[in-house]
Write a protein that binds this ligand. Structure first.
Ligand code: AVJ
Length: 328
């Protein structure tokens, strides 16, 4: 007998046929620029997602475990302070972090609804079913959508809403886009909702650089996998072995930059785009920026997006921060 679960789990899709063109568009756009570039969102095919999970376990990659520690330590306070009754999750996220927050809401007796948003229908169905089973009194409305474009389709809040955007993913947006995105998040918070934002913090460059140049070479594999994605999805013929992983901290801009450097001249054909691209020896393709924050920059970016920093929670070593913000 499962009629109650059936009734409380609902998944809606907002992805159209055009949404699949983004890799093709990004490759055409990015490989024909004077400084070649591809956006980091294409790292995450099945292998890329596995490699990213492996990165999160690396001794040098302090972010994931530090953020988890902060969340575990403060989940109860966060829920008490926000009086949140629903959790809106942008991007697949990790089940572990979601559970920490849902547990705290359930414990406080306020948990009413969980709204997972992801571009992958499989992911949305999986987390919707997983958590509906674990938290029986909670309803689930899943959204198959791109959270950079379809936030307007979110259901109306059923009460104070908590919107985690964790993992430091906000650092992938360049400064202008970052503010625009934060502003769009503000719109979904409503008058009494809170953003819960995870950001990596500025620290000694060698600590940051080690996290992106791990000794096991997992990050290098993760970076190079992007070329395999383009080869497979768009019929390109990148010689992946002819590229090397580069990651450095840009001290002025306070961000990590990842690149792929051609070790020798290389001619690449992208069949699906009827595109021919040349790489000179040592020419680099930028694949990711990952911004690191000072408290001042965090506050400033939030303010510029119409948000107010309410609280910034950090670990004892101040490696990472989880911050609460609301509409100013
Ligand atoms: C998922 C964007 C937060 O920037 O640290 C990890 C991705 N890239 N190692 C990050 C990533 C290389 C990660 N974010």
């Amino acid at each position: 007998m499962e009629p109650i679960l059936e009734r409380t789990v609902e998944v809606r899709s907002h992805l159209g046929p055009n949404d699949e063109r983004t890799l093709a568009d990004d490759v055409l756009d990015g490989l024909t620029r004077p400084l070649k570039e591809l956006p980091p969102k294409h790292f995450y095919d099945a292998l890329g997602s596995e490699l990213f999970d492996a990165i999160c376990e690396l001794p040098e990659y302090y972010q994931t475990r530090t953020e988890r520690l902060i969340l575990e330590r403060h989940a109860e306070d966060i829920v008490a302070r926000t009086a949140a009754v629903e959790l809106v999750e942008l991007g697949s996220g990790s089940a572990t972090k979601t559970r920490v927050l849902l547990d705290a809401m359930a414990q406080a007796g306020t948990l009413a609804r969980y709204v997972p948003v992801d571009v992958s229908a499989t992911t949305v169905h999986a987390v919707a079913d997983l958590f509906a089973g674990e938290y029986p009194g909670m309803s689930v409305v899943g959204l198959v959508a791109d959270f950079e474009r379809h936030l307007a389709h979110l259901p109306e809040p059923v009460g104070p809403r908590l919107v985690p955007f964790l993992g430091g993913t906000i650092g992938n947006f360049p400064p202008g886009t970052r503010r625009r995105f934060l502003r769009s998040l503000g719109k979904v918070l409503g008058p009494d909702g809170y953003l819960l934002l995870g950001t990596d913090l500025v620290k000694e460059p060698h600590v940051i650089e080690a996290a992106y140049n791990d000794s096991a070479g997992v990050t290098a594999q993760f970076n190079l996998n992007l070329l395999h994605v383009v080869n497979r999805e768009l019929g390109a013929d990148f010689d992946v072995d002819g590229f090397e992983h580069v990651a450095f901290f840009d001290r002025e801009r306070e961000w990590i930059e990842m690149r792929l450097r051609a070790t020798e001249p290389q001619h690449v054909r992208v069949a699906a785009l009827d595109l021919e691209v040349d790489f000179a020896a040592r020419e680099e393709l930028r694949t990711e920026i990952s911004a690191k924050f000072t408290p001042e920059r965090l506050r400033g970016d939030l303010e510029a997006a119409g948000l107010e920093l309410v609280e910034m929670l950090t670990d004892p070593d101040e490696l990472f921060a989880v911050s609460l913000a609301r509409i100013a």
